[in-house]
Each structure stands twice: as C-alpha cells, then as structure tokens.
Design a protein around this ligand. Structure first.
Ligand SMILES: [Fe+2]
Length: 339
C-alpha cells in the first residue's frame, strides 16, 4: 500500500517538475489565441501559461514584480508601445537566426529586443456618398489638413498610441515644421471633439456624423465579419476604405508584437514560442481571427481584408521610428490642441 502511494506521489511530482513551460503576459484577449497556445503545447510539449490584461496594467505589474516577474514574454500592440517597454529596459535580446531570416528588418527593433508578429495599416474610412472614390484612391495623409475636409473628419483622442504613431510617421517623412502646421489645420478639420475608439469613428461615418475617419484597418474586418453584431456589420457595409499615399511612399504600417522580458525564467522556450508564432500555420491562424496582415511573406490576409484592396504599397519606414518620434509627436499634438 505504502509503496503504491509512494509511486503515485513520485509520478505526480516528476510530471509537475519536468513540465516545460513558457509564461506569457499579453494585452491581446482573443479566444483564438488560446487555441494557438494549445497547438504550441501539442507540438512542443511546452505548456503556455498566460495572463491577459490591459497593456499599461501589465507593464506596471512587470515593473513591480521586478526580478521575481515570472513572465517570459510580453505581447502588445503598436510599435510605439514596444519601443517604450524597451526604453524602460524590460526586454532582452531575442537570439534566433530563424526569426532573423523570416522577418524583414523594418518590423524588428534594430537592437533585436522586440519583433512584430502581425501588421496593421492606419487607413481612411469614408462615406462613398459624400466623397468620390476616385479622389480617395489618390488621398495622402497630408491632404487631410486641407480645406477640402473642413469639419468632415473624425478621429479618436491624441492619448491613443495609434494616433501618436501616425504622427511619428508624418514627422519622420515631412519634418517637424511641416508637421506642426499640418496638425493645426488637421485639428481644425475635425467634425467633433475626439471621442470613442476606432470603431466609434467608423460608426460616426456610417451614421453621417462625418465623412472621413482614420482607423486601423482590422476594425473594418471585425465589423464586416459580423462577429461584433449585425449593427456594426451594417455600418461597415456603408463605408469604404482608402489606403493613403498609394502614389508615393505608401500607407503607414504598424505592428502588434512582443519581446522576451529581462528576467525570463524560460528563455529557450520563449524563443521557441516566438518562432512558432511566425510559422505559416500560426500566422494564418492569427490573421484569420484578428484581420491583421501577416508579417511573413507570401501569405494572404483574411478574404474579408483582401477584398478591401490588393497590392497595397506600404510605407517602408522601420517601425521602431514610430517609437523614437513618439515624445515629439505627443508634444506636438498637445500644442495643436488635439485632445
Ligand atoms: Fe486595436
């Protein structure tokens, strides 16, 4: 009797202690991500433990846990956020030749501390009954400050990182003086005080409150899919999407991405997990659920997104610039009165 108890105890403890794990803090909260974690465990035997929450709260948690932080990987959205985490010295170098080979260097931190995992474009959504589609096929971000769009634009507040990153890209391409003037005129074109999230801006255009909204492209995908309800689907069907700057530098690209935390207790497993997320099957899984664009070559986005436009010319600026320019962008937006 004693012997068999002892044997069972041994089995239990050995299985607990030999289980390979990787611990993830993520500001993404998709059920589809959990399916991906299961696939990873099936493939590698490494169990994914995860905590999902708001980005800011998780960063605070990582900082307060310090050396005792159990997380290996932090995943979040926007290169601006990834850059800030790196600036706080919370990431460490991702040593993987596989990742180096797969990813275009413009989607990766130049010091190798974080990587993009999927792409998103900041696009223009418009009411085709109010603005000619041919005009919109030639639209540039720069044009949004012209009188043509007086009182016609809706966009969320300047505290939002997506808008800060858009501004960073404009500073990078046009310089500070140009962007300062541009901002004043752009803010003067707002149809209402900034409020709500990206989806609320799309709804405002669909409802006729404004003619133009600036949003991340995947919100249109989510709304068109019907996953967010019939009302949102109907709104999305009323609007069209324009990809800015197609005749010149291309539409602004941002990433969702992640890095390995400084005190990662399971570094090797963390590398394996990041490599796994860049495999074709994982990328297909991610983009068909989030409506982002794949970050690897030769893979299509979801059919809903593909329908919005193909062969999109992308801005080639390295996404880390979106972070580097962030402090300037925030200051300028404040001065211009963009609340
Ligand atoms: Fe988003």
């Amino acid at each position: 009797m004693f012997k068999s108890y002892f044997f069972l105890f041994f089995l239990f403890t050995s299985s607990v202690f030999s289980q390979e794990i990787v611990n993830l803090y993520t500001s993404r909260h998709y059920d589809s991500d959990i399916e991906l974690y299961d696939k990873f465990e099936e493939k590698t035997g490494i169990k994914v433990n995860y905590v999902s929450g708001k980005g800011k709260a998780l960063i605070q948690r990582i900082k307060s846990e310090g050396l005792n932080c159990p997380a290996d990987i932090f995943i979040t959205v926007d290169a601006g956020n990834l850059w800030r985490i790196q600036k706080d010295n919370l990431f460490q170098k991702i040593k993987s030749n596989k990742i180096k080979k797969i990813l275009d260097s413009k989607y990766v931190d130049s010091n190798g501390n974080w990587i993009g995992l999927a792409k998103r474009y900041r696009v223009i959504v418009y009411n085709p009954e109010k603005i000619d589609s041919l005009r919109m096929s030639k639209i540039n971000y720069e044009d949004l400050a012209s009188d043509e769009f007086k009182n016609r634009i809706v966009i969320r507040s300047s505290s939002n990182i997506y808008n800060q990153s858009l501004l960073s890209s404009l500073i990078y391409h046009n310089g500070e003086n140009y962007t300062k003037k541009w901002l004043l005129n752009f803010v003067g074109n707002f149809a209402r005080k900034p409020q709500g999230n990206d989806r609320a801006q799309i709804m405002a255009v669909a409802n006729g409150e404004a003619d133009i909204a600036i949003v991340n492209h995947y919100y249109i995908g989510i709304m068109l899919s019907g996953k967010a309800g019939q009302k949102q689907r109907e709104s999305a069907l009323k609007v069209k999407v324009a990809f800015p700057n197609q005749q010149n530098r291309g539409t602004m690209v941002n990433v969702s991405g992640g890095g390995i935390l400084k005190n990662s207790p399971n570094y090797k497993n963390a590398i394996k997990f990041l490599e796994f997320l860049l495999e074709e099957e994982s990328q297909r899984h991610i983009v068909s659920n989030t409506y982002e664009y794949p970050i690897i070559d030769d893979l299509d986005p979801s059919p809903i997104i593909k329908k919005l436009g193909s062969n999109i010319v992308e801005d080639s600026l390295p996404v880390e610039v979106l972070g580097e320019m962030n402090p300037k962008a925030v200051k300028m937006m404040d001065v211009a009165g963009w609340r």
